[in-house]
Design a protein around this ligand. Structure first.
Ligand SMILES: [Zn+2]
Ligand SMILES: [Zn+2]
Length: 259
């Protein structure tokens, strides 16, 4: 059985309230090498760390998602900084911009994104970046910071991928890669060097074919890995091995053990 590292999941989500710990135990025993669970506000980040504390191979990212910055306190940064010091905190995320659902406060989103990029730089931590309907704005900011980061749930064009790669960033793919209408993402995936790609579920969302419509979990990551292998002309084992290694290099899991 191939064990895959899921670099982006949300096990704090209420969709997992009925079976969170049994599910994680089973996934880690059978299907997952490591799992990174991401918080989307301060309270959820704290919860993500509590989940990570229970399992050797679950790690957490802590941060304020653009959709949640409207409700987060103005002085969230001190609290976030404390969470970053936790031994299982491997990244700041998820952070970014999301101009999809009206109304949104563009300047507040940009402020939070910049503040968290600054904090990541100060602490030497990687960032997990979310982007929706804001390509120009987010590329302008990333060009400025060139963070040690990953653009998650990538669905963009080859041109956008080129820019992100030029900043030195990684790109990760969800089950979206398996969707028949995600041609652009598949083309970009073919273009991106395999050593810059990571695999993620973004569960409980973004369930891959053939399970669309169901709750997603890290056990479904194999379908995205199979699609990636097909696009790259690799065996599934080889594609997974490389993506797992990329995740090790990016998150430096081992470094947090004694921190
Ligand atoms: Zn996201
Ligand atoms: Zn996410």
């Amino acid at each position: 059985m191939i064990k895959i590292t899921d670099t982006h999941a949300h096990y704090d989500d209420e969709a997992f309230n009925s079976d969170r710990y049994e599910l994680l135990e089973r996934l880690l025993a059978e299907k997952c090498e490591k799992i990174v669970t991401l918080g989307c506000d301060i309270a959820k980040s704290r919860q993500s760390l509590e989940i990570a504390e229970k399992f050797d191979n679950v790690y957490a990212a802590v941060g304020v998602h653009p959709e949640n910055c409207a409700d987060e306190k103005d002085d969230y940064l001190d609290e976030l900084k404390k969470l970053c010091a936790h031994r299982k905190a491997v990244a700041i995320g998820e952070i970014g911009l999301d101009f999809h659902w009206e109304p949104f406060d563009r300047s507040r989103q940009i402020r939070f994104f910049r503040e968290q990029l600054e904090l990541a730089k100060e602490l030497g931590m990687p960032v997990c970046v979310h982007s929706r309907d804001c390509t120009k704005e987010i590329l302008d900011i990333l060009r400025e910071y060139k963070p040690n980061g990953v653009m998650h749930c990538f669905s963009g064009s080859i041109e956008v991928a080129k820019e992100i790669l030029s900043f030195g960033m990684m790109i990760s793919f969800t089950g979206l890669l398996t969707f028949s209408n995600a041609k652009k993402a598949a083309e970009a995936c073919a273009y991106i060097p395999i050593d810059r790609i990571m695999l993620e579920t973004d569960c409980p969302y973004m369930t891959p074919v053939p399970h669309r419509g169901e709750r997603n979990d890290s056990g479904n990551l194999i379908y995205t890995a199979e699609k990636l292998a097909e696009i790259k002309g690799l065996t599934v084992e080889e594609a997974v091995r490389i993506c797992n290694e990329n995740a090790e290099r990016f998150f430096r899991f081992g470094d947090t053990a004694d921190a």
